[in-house]
Design a protein around this ligand. Structure first.
Ligand SMILES: Nc1ncnc2c1ncn2[C@@H]1O[C@H](COP(=O)(O)OP(=O)(O)OP(=O)(O)O)[C@@H](O)[C@H]1O
Ligand SMILES: [Mg+2]
Length: 243
C-alpha cells in the first residue's frame, strides 16, 4: 500500500503545490510510483505545473459525484514517467476523509506514494486529509505570519494523530545560506515547533517551471534539495546541508 504524504501550510501561497509537484517528480525519479491528489477545490494549479491541462476529462469533483471512476481521473505527467495527478475539482466541493480513503483504497496498490496537496487554511479540509495521512509536511516561508500558520497547521496534524510531522522552509532568501545555522533559520524552526526536513531557496527558475509545465533544470539551485527531500521521505538518512 502507498505511504500517504500530506502537504499543508496554514498560510496561503507559501509553496505547497510547488513542493507537491517537485517532491512528486523527485520521488518518481527514484522509481517510486507517485500520485498527487490536488485537494484545492476550485483553485487547481498542478495541471499546469505537470503539463496535463489539455488531458483533463475528469477531476476530483467527478469522482465525488460518481460521474467517473477514480482511474478515469488519473492523468500521467508527460515529462516524468511514474508521476500521476488527480486534479482538483473545477468548482468548490468538500473533500471528506471518506472520499480520500476511497481513492486510497482503490489506487493504493498502484503507487508507492500518494501526495495530498492541501488548500491553505486549518479548517475541516485539513483535518479530513490529516486523518488519512502517514507523514505531514508543513510548508512555511520565513515570514512571521507564515511561521505562525505553520505552527497552527502542525497543531492540527498532531490533534489528528499525524505523528510524523516535518517542516519545509520554502522561498528562503539565498543570503540565509551564508548565515546558516545562525538564528534566522533556527528561529523559524523554533516558531513552528516542527523538525526541519528541507530548505528550498527562492529561485525564479522554480516559478518558470511551475508556470510552463516543464521539469526544473537539473543544474538549478533546488534540484538536489528536492532529490534529498525525496530520499528522506523514502527513509534514507541524508544530512541537512546546503548545496
Ligand atoms: N522556491 C521558490 N522560488 C520562487 N518562486 C516560488 C518558489 N516556490 C514557489 N514559488 C512560487 O510561489 C507561488 C506560490 O506557490 P504555490 O502555488 O506552490 O503555493 P501554495 O502554497 O500551493 O498556494 P495556495 O495556498 O494558493 O495553494 C507560485 O507562483 C510559485 O511558482
Ligand atoms: Mg496550492
Amino acid at each position: 500500500m502507498s505511504k500517504i504524504v500530506l502537504v499543508t501550510s496554514g498560510k496561503g501561497g507559501v509553496g505547497k503545490s510547488t513542493v507537491s509537484a517537485l517532491l512528486g517528480e523527485a520521488l518518481a525519479y527514484t522509481k517510486s510510483r507517485t500520485l498527487i491528489i490536488e485537494l484545492d477545490s476550485g483553485l487547481r494549479s498542478l495541471d499546469v505545473a505537470l503539463g496535463v491541462s489539455e488531458q483533463i476529462l475528469f477531476d476530483m469533483g467527478d469522482i465525488i459525484r460518481g460521474s467517473c471512476s477514480t482511474k478515469d481521473a488519473v492523468l500521467e505527467c508527460p515529462f516524468c514517467p511514474g508521476l500521476s495527478l488527480i486534479t482538483a475539482a473545477a468548482k468548490s466541493v468538500s473533500v471528506t476523509e471518506d472520499v480520500i480513503k476511497k481513492i486510497i483504497a482503490e489506487m493504493g496498490f498502484l503507487y508507492d506514494y500518494i501526495i495530498l496537496d492541501c488548500p491553505a487554511g486549518i479548517g475541516t479540509e485539513l483535518s479530513e486529509a490529516a486523518k488519512c495521512s502517514d507523514i505531514g509536511l508543513v510548508v512555511t516561508t520565513p515570514d512571521p505570519s507564515a511561521v505562525r500558520g505553520a505552527r497552527a497547521a502542525g497543531a492540527v496534524l498532531a490533534s489528528c494523530g499525524v505523528k510524523n510531522r516535518r517542516l519545509i522552509i520554502e522561498r528562503c532568501p539565498l543570503k540565509a545560506k551564508k548565515l546558516y545555522p545562525l538564528n534566522n533559520l533556527d528561529e523559524i524552526i523554533d516558531g513552528t515547533e516542527i523538525q526541519l526536513i528541507s530548505v528550498i531557496w527562492e529561485d525564479p527558475d522554480i516559478r518558470n517551471a511551475m508556470d510552463s509545465g516543464e521539469p526544473i533544470d537539473d543544474t538549478g539551485l533546488n534540484y538536489e534539495n528536492f532529490r534529498a527531500l525525496a530520499e528522506r521521505i523514502r527513509g534514507k538518512y541524508i544530512p541537512l546541508g546546503f548545496k
